[in-house]
Write a protein that binds this ligand. Sequence first.
Ligand SMILES: [Zn+2]
Length: 494
Amino acid sequence: MMNSDSMSRIASCNNKPMAVPTKEEEEDPPISTSLLSFDTDASCPSTSPKPPLTNVIFTALILVTCIALSAAIAFGFLFFSSSYSHPSQPISDVVSRPLKKLKRPVVLLISSDGFRFGYQYKTDVPNINRLIRNGTEAELGLIPVFPTLTFPNHYAIVTGLYPAYHGIINNFFLDPNTGEAFSMGSHDPKWWLGEPLWETVVNHGLKAATYFWPGSEVIKGGWTCPESLCMRYNGSVSFEERVDTVLNYFDLPTDEIPSFMTLYFEDPDHQGHKVGPDDPQITEAIARVDGMIGRLIRGLEEKGVFEDVNIIMVGDHGMVGTCDKKLIFLEDLAPWIEIPKDWIQSYSPLLSIRPPPSYSAKDVVTKMNEGLKSGKVQNGQYLKVYLKEELPARLHYSASDRIPPIIGLIDESFKVEQKSSKRKECGGSHGYDNAFFSMRTIFIAHGPQFARGSKVPSFENVQIYNLVTTILNIQGASNNGTASFPKTILLPSH
Ligand SMILES: [Zn+2]
């Protein structure tokens, strides 16, 4: 067991969200905002206070021409933007649309695990396309946090924190103070830092329901994981049953309808690992996920609430093909330094190494990089080893003592193993640097607070927490997202 001292030590060094610089200046405002701020005055000549008569007529003529021209330009702009960005909808997205049936906003957060950005073009996905067409999409996908693994990312989405701050720094890791192991089945709240959305929601007297999400079964703060609203993970429950259960929440008395719900599908991650991102099995998996979105939309329509619900569909990370030719073996580094198996906390795609305290981590890093750069280690040029403090700052992956001192960044689609074997297999993997495009996933949002047919620039998933609290109109906990981000995505209130 971990004593309270070490717990508070972890909490005090891990649970300090870092201020993220505002991105306001860099980002283009959404189309609706640019329409609102369309300025016709700039091109008009100014009128002087007491003009002579001829000047008055002349000025009036110029003014009329100017107004007519501005109107023509504005009309042209509206026409262009309606045909470009709003293919089938009238212009009605200057402000958020009022709720028709629900009493207050509801957010349904859906995760399709390993849904790499671009999979939506692999096959016909009429239902996902319906959400895209009438909603808001990150045009080039959603950027996961590093490491691009399932648990660190799902928990970043619901806390707005980078893994160094929310504590789930890998799918499996060891607590350096106690030696205890975290695994994906660990529900002890000591591992799970930060305040996930379901906790924020119930703290505000609203209801939350989770149909699977990493961390949702952890009893923490005001969240008790109630039997009827918090499903215990069981991968064998059919996707249909998951969708239907979420739909049933809308039959509850209005006051009891959860304001925040999660829905999780293991696909297409499952297939992606087995066969890589380009296999026909992925196409089938995508079509199946699309079918589930269709089932959900139909159900919501039957209940008359489809247009009232804010649906946010995301993935946790992408996927890239891996194959036997792209391997790096740690045993090949022996002439420079022996790296025994028990120093390794994870191999691929996140190489993390904790040498015993008697070794200098800096020395290990220097010797490993010497070997990797020597040209004598097979594929050595595709792995670079860092002290965690020296990793690129954009990865935000050092401020927790749970993160081992040595981290290796592996090039896209390469894998690190201890020693060579005769095993032959090709498949898919994720966990690499989040700068790789292959690690990107989707962000598709549809509902009263999202403009129809809008495309927004890519952003990191730590922004989603503030987006949800803004839609629900509740005060969130402090996090790594940017406070001003939601207004760059959401329609202003009606
Ligand atoms: Zn996976």
